[in-house]
Design a protein around this ligand. Structure first.
Ligand code: PMP
Ligand code: GLN
Length: 394
């Protein structure tokens, strides 16, 4: 039998590869992005209670309605945009799935999709499996910002989608208000759809504010620029509870899009996973009321980032600016000629610290001599990792 692969160039994800290597060499895993501290016990207890209370059968296909209602009121409060919980929110098994479903719902063979690189590793395969053509635009190095002139030059009559991600994985850069206005300018009067990956919406710091495509009246009042209606009316926006509640293994998230888009999204979703884990949805519907749990996340993460950076000063690695996400990039320019992958593997095996080569987020393997470290860890873990690296580099 011959398999004619639809993704001939795709191997095993870098996260799986580096996590397996970290386990094999008993290295501290600062590669794959996940916290090593516990989630809130009140939330896990609420899931157990939901199970005991008998919430153990299929949830409705679009998701448990009280959870969708809680999300709609959170969005209204944070970003000012009224969202219809019945027709505009779908609960999904994670943010990655929400992005895949959005792309699959609308991309046809030959459609061009603008993807900024470095790009979260699922985006390009998501486009390609649907026959779409990824148009890769590099973020500027080392600040990883968008060159909007390049975007304008890349638009063709076949441009069907632009994928954005803020705060950004792997770089920790964030889009500004000005970026969102530029995006609006680019898509205005077109049929270009936006997929906005906002899984790190609350993991933002350094005085920055999350620029959601869902943000509207506040800016409208301040600047008289009506921006999100122009953006949201053409957007699929993806979120992940895993990132918000320190439970990446739950694989639960959601997609928000205008009703007509949501109806297409659900055509894909209903024949893929159909519906998500009921007890978790019941628990989250209640837990979402505790605003502090997500509003404090940026402060918590910033403290960890500062701690890690201070500890890492004893190593020859040089930090790049980070304003959000779980990740701190380090440049090793001038230290060795090894590729990022070679150094990441050597540090895992010999120093006992795993990281992720940023080249894995470029289709052409662009190598700027930068490694990604996840700092969503206990201070002890971060200190031990930094000490190991300092000892190793001598
Ligand atoms: N997008 C980005 C940029 C991410 O880093 C993640 C986290 N893995 C996701 C989406 C989706 O997360 P999940 O599928 O685990 O909810
Ligand atoms: N988002 C996580 C990261 O970037 C990993 C998710 C995954 O393993 N697919 O590290």
């Amino acid at each position: 039998m011959q398999i004619n692969s639809r993704l001939p160039n795709v191997g095993t994800t870098i996260f799986t590869v580096m996590s397996a290597l970290a386990t094999e060499y008993k290295a501290i895993n600062l590669g794959q992005g996940f916290p090593d501290y516990p989630m809130d016990e009140a939330l896990s207890e609420a899931v157990a209670k939901a199970m005991r209370d008998g919430h153990n059968q299929y949830a409705p296909m679009p998701g448990h309605l009280p959870l969708r209602e809680a999300i709609a009121s959170k969005v209204k409060k944070l970003y000012g945009t009224p969202i219809d919980p019945v027709n505009e929110i779908t609960i999904t098994p994670g943010g990655t799935y929400a992005i895949y479903s959005a792309v699959t719902a609308v991309i046809r063979p030959g459609d061009e999709v603008i993807v900024f690189e470095p790009a979260y590793d699922s985006y390009i395969p998501n486009v390609e499996i649907n026959g779409g053509i990824p148009i890769r635009i590099r973020l500027t190095y080392p600040d990883y910002s968008i060159d909007w002139n390049k975007v304008k030059e890349s638009i063709t009559p076949r441009t069907r989608m632009i994928m954005i991600n803020t705060p950004h994985n792997p770089t920790g850069s964030v889009l500004s208000h000005e970026d969102m206005l530029q995006l609006q300018e680019v898509v205005k009067d077109t049929n270009i759809i936006i997929v906005s990956d906002e899984v790190y919406e609350h993991l933002i710091f350094g005085g920055k504010q999350h620029q959601s495509v869902l943000r509207y009246p506040e800016l409208f009042k301040r600047s008289f620029v009506s921006f999100s209606p122009e953006l949201f009316k053409r957007s699929f926006v993806s979120f992940s509870f895993g990132k918000v509640y320190n439970c990446t293994g739950w694989k639960l998230g959601y997609s928000i899009s205008p009703a007509a888009f949501t109806s297409e999204f659900r055509k894909v979703h209903q024949f893929n996973c159909f519906s998500c884990h009921t007890p978790m949805q019941v628990a989250l519907a209640g837990f979402l009321q505790h605003e502090d749990a997500y509003l404090n996340l940026g402060t918590i993460l910033e403290k960890k980032q500062q701690f890690f950076k201070a500890m890492m000063e004893t190593t020859p690695l040089k930090p790049l600016p980070t304003f959000g996400s779980y990740f701190q990039l380090y440049s090793y320019q001038g230290l060795t000629d090894e590729t990022e992958a070679e150094l990441a593997i050597r540090l895992t095996k010999e120093a006992g610290v795993a990281s992720i080569p940023v080249s894995a987020f470029y289709a052409d393997g662009t190598d700027n001599k930068v490694l990604r470290f996840c700092f969503a860890k206990k201070e002890d873990t971060l200190a031990e990792a930094a000490n190991r690296l300092a000892r190793y580099f001598g």
